[in-house]
Design a protein around this ligand. Sequence first.
Ligand code: FES
Ligand SMILES: [Fe+2]
Length: 357
Amino acid sequence: MKNNDNFFLRNTWYYALPSNQIKPGMMISRIFLGEPVLLIRDRDGKVSAMTDICPHRGVPLSCGRFDGQEVECCYHGWRFNSGGGCSAIPSLVEGQEMDLSRFDVQSYTIREAQGNIWIYMADADNPQPALDMDIPVIPGFDERSLRGATSTPQFVKVVKFPCFVDHAVVGLMDPAHSPYVHRAWWWRNEQLHEEVKQFDASPYGFTMRRHRLPANGGRLYWLIGGGVPETEISFRLPGVRIEETTIGNNRVVNLTAVTPISETETEVTFLLYWTLPWVGFFKPLIHLLAGSFIDQDRTVVEKQQIGLKYNPVLRLIKDSDIQAQWYYQLKREYARSVAEGREFLNPVKGQILRWRG
Ligand code: FES
Ligand SMILES: [Fe+2]
């Protein structure tokens, strides 16, 4: 596997930012997949997004003003509505009628749910994107089935990884690095032990079937008490991992979403949802532990970049790298299915994977 077949997957949903980072009347400038994007939340609370470049002279629209309804460019005051439609060019005088729609900026489809804002990154060559893929939903925390749980994450951590998106995703799904990268008394002991897990294909990805957490793994969950912790981990394109742990009637869900910023930078958003009200009491502890966990992943990816500069051939082995192989297969198949305008065929075949980790 060479690293030079890198590409950004398009026509899919990427995590943009946590809902609470953008209040009504606010605008935020971001870069996703190398594109400058302006996110705005209007007075009524609706989030929209458009290209953050004025079509007149190219000044970022984020340098201008947003009145809660329209964005005004700072250079000559052209105005744009939330759909990116050009609504005013102040320098035009009576009689200089113009079709302003010629100056619309590209808009992006946005969806907001469960405290998260997702952005659909369409393909410029594919103006009629296949929107059949929906945003990821965290089970049990959707608006309909709350039962005391909040519908927004109780913990959010956003970390920038200095790498191309694939390395962040593969690192996230890597089952064999934990004893080396995440050495910590509160998580697990250092001994390698054999793992045997059943995997199944699931929408746009795969799922590690629900299983009991061993007493020597995930110690934190055992500390919570109230039953035997059981975990199910699913992955789906473009880079979303959902780990759902149930302990008796309670559940803790971790959603990790990977968004490419550029060829060399990737944003990883780590979110936790839980139904245990008293876990909030441990929030500072959770911040510390989850924070150090992700930093360990980031640090090793940083080291990886030193070697990747020389574009080495990388080896994938079985079974511990099969999830990485599935990721590359899923990504290629999705890109091909979109290009050929056909149905996506999940390349993952359910099987048992065994590894020492
Ligand atoms: S550059 Fe934006 S209005 Fe002229
Ligand atoms: Fe890790």
